[in-house]
Write a protein that binds this ligand. Structure first.
Ligand SMILES: Nc1nc2c(ncn2[C@@H]2O[C@H](COP(=O)(O)OP(=O)(O)O)[C@@H](O)[C@H]2O)c(=O)[nH]1
Ligand SMILES: [Mg+2]
Length: 315
């Protein structure tokens, strides 16, 4: 059975061939799949396009899934935590992602450039935190994958363009979250005023601060000029509310390169479990440097750890 493809399909295919990067390829493939008529004659072609789609989305470290509810993406969680960038089009989310992570998203002076989630890893001291750029929050209605992503995220980073009226921008994002039934108060939220290099930025930041200072931590940056980014990394780390614990073997020095990252309030037992699934069953006691009354103090498994503690586990 012939495929009988319409001319628009071949145009989309041409833009696929000419695509300069993975994001553009995915966009073109999405068009091809939308244009392609659905019948027996196109089954093979559709399978082939899906294969390409999975391959390209893997290149972006994003899994492209085709479920009952349509197309979607799964972002593999990596690192010590996950933060999602939210904001209206053009506020500089992609610019920010490329400034603080290893990702290379498209940055462009027109809306709706980002169509797929793009994860990147941000280093902070000795840990890595995943930051995910997503399509603009204002057109998500029918995208269940996005709701899942927002639910699973540890931190919501609301990005505001300080060159424009800031309060509406935050309100719009909060309203969209409300529509998607995401409760921002159940998460760590950080409001980032971007484009701090623009003339009217400080005035707009004042207004933002006057309204939201008591509700959310606020920070001003310029993703383009790279200002405020060190402080931003620190704020994101603090919003994660985790502690870093270092392990050592008896008579050895601790390994400061690979902390065990745990949520605040975790105990020696939690640390043991994180290191090895059945380690905590065998655990008899631990020695702790830091949160003990003295260095090398013998503590029980219920001992609550603090950021920077060094532990030696004994089984
Ligand atoms: N002046 C200034 N422009 C910025 C800054 N960050 C981003 N932009 C510009 O804003 C436009 C939109 O940026 P982009 O990252 O694509 O926005 P997105 O739609 O939120 O992902 C681009 O022209 C960027 O160069 C900034 O800190 N200062
Ligand atoms: Mg973008």
């Amino acid at each position: 059975m012939p495929a009988n493809l319409p001319p628009q399909y071949f145009e989309a295919e041409k833009s696929y061939r000419l695509a300069k990067n993975t994001q553009e390829k995915i966009r073109a493939l999405e068009n091809m799949m939308a244009i392609m008529p659905k019948h027996k004659g196109t089954d093979k072609l559709r399978a082939e396009l899906r294969r390409r789609m999975s391959r390209h989305s893997e290149e972006l470290e994003t899994k492209y899934v085709i479920g009952k509810k349509g197309l979607g993406y799964q972002v593999k969680r990596e690192g010590a935590g996950q933060a999602v960038l939210l904001g209206l089009p053009n506020v500089g989310k992609s610019q920010l992602l490329s400034a603080i992570t290893n990702a290379t998203p498209d940055v462009a002076n027109y809306p709706f450039t980002t169509q797929t989630p793009i994860p990147g890893m941000m280093g902070f001291e000795n840990i890595q935190i995943q930051i995910v750029d997503i399509p603009p929050i204002t057109n998500h209605e029918s995208q269940p994958w996005l709701v899942n992503l927002l639910r699973s995220a540890d931190i919501l980073l609301i990005v505001v363009d300080l060159g424009a009226e800031p309060l509406n921008q935050v309100e719009t994002v909060l309203q969209e979250l409300n529509k998607l039934r995401i409760e921002p108060m159940a998460k760590s939220v950080l409001v980032i005023g971007n484009k701090g290099d623009l003339d009217n930025a400080s005035e707009n930041y004042q207004r933002l601060s006057a309204k939201y200072d008591a509700q959310f931590p606020l920070i001003t940056i310029s993703a383009k000029e790279g200002t405020g980014l060190e402080e931003l990394r620190k704020e994101i780390y603090q919003a994660l509310d985790v502690i870093r614990v270092y392990t050592k073997a008896p008579g050895r020095k601790p390994d400061f390169d690979e902390p065990v990252v745990l949520s605040r309030g975790s105990t020696v037992e939690d640390a043991a479990e994180d290191i090895h699934k059945d380690f905590h069953n065998k655990l008899k006691y631990a020695l702790v440097w830091g949160s003990g009354k003295f260095d090398g103090q013998k503590v029980k498994r219920e001992h609550v750890l603090e950021d920077g503690d060094i532990i030696e586990l004994h089984i």
